[in-house]
Write a protein that binds this ligand. Sequence first.
Ligand code: AMP
Ligand code: TRP
Length: 353
Amino acid sequence: MTDHTPAPAADGAPAYAGPELIVSGVQPSGALHLGNYLGALKKFVALQDKAPCYLFVADLHAITVWQDPALMAAQTREIAAAYLASGLNPDIATIFPQSAVRAHAEMAWIFNCVARVGWLDRMTQFKEKSGKHKERSSVGLYTYPVLQAADILIYKATAVPVGEDQKQHLELTRDIAQKFNNDFGAPGYFPLPEPLIQGPGARVMSLRDGKAKMSKSDPSDMSRINLMDDADTISKKIRKATTDPLPVPETIEGLADRPEVDNLVGIFGALADKTKAEVLAEFGGQGFGAFKPALADLAVARLAPIGDEMRRYMSDPAEVDRLLARGAERASLIAEPVLEETRRLVGFWRSRG
Ligand code: AMP
Ligand code: TRP
């Protein structure tokens, strides 16, 4: 059985030479939190003036675990509202529901036949999400990273802003792109997209446990700051965040073995557009009695207006729907021709008429 495996590009094969393009997505599977904002949304806003951005609501990914059909559309609008409230300009960035551009799903099928089972078996997110119930997980949860590769490559994206937890999925995307290019004799056809992960907000941890990722699925609401939390709730969660009795350290080395402190310093830096070293230069030696109120004020100043703006968009679903429909049309203009060309490379039948 041929598997056409390892696929390093032939020496001298032309690299992708097309335009820069940015793709990313967020799943409509629960309330957005500070980790989503710093790991993804804030980066999207900074990138929208630099290259065309295709930013979707990943509803196809969300249904890899059960989602109540009665809530799906509203959750999709909520993510779109968060994109807009964070500062994305829908006249510049293209914002749409993933399922509304059907080419994603067809591309994913083709890539299911390019990716190898061995590659997916190494994906840590599947292992985490399926846990002890692998046999009862959906097949979609297993091939989830293949759909993600389709989301990215159907726009021939060159860069993908995401949080640290998506790094392995981006590596798989590059492997799929390279194997497709090799197998179908199309060197340089798909770009090998770069993950944009760096920065202090790439991995925001729980406010209760510095070793656990801040996550939508943590049972404790005190573990995360939700984008829809009001100012009092944001302040309270920061005041109650786990720390230790020592003061804020003066150097980066002083953050070692203090994951909760490292996390709060990182959050401050990401919200203030400063490095951790700059934050430590300002607060090193001070107690948390001084640092936490400063962090709470900063978080409220940055996040409360986003929550207010989200509520405003969510009170006007017709306007959000109009923007999503327009975005889907614009995204299809890029995705459909790439799908057509990919079908041609695979050799599918086409009418001669
Ligand atoms: P999800 O909610 O899983 O669809 O994630 C949407 C985006 O937020 C992805 O780019 C994730 O990598 C990012 N993200 C999720 N949780 C965190 C976190 N705790 N810290 C940083 N980025 C995160
Ligand atoms: N898997 C991503 C997450 O859970 C969401 C996602 C789906 C995505 N498709 C994507 C991110 C394509 C970047 C590019 O966070």
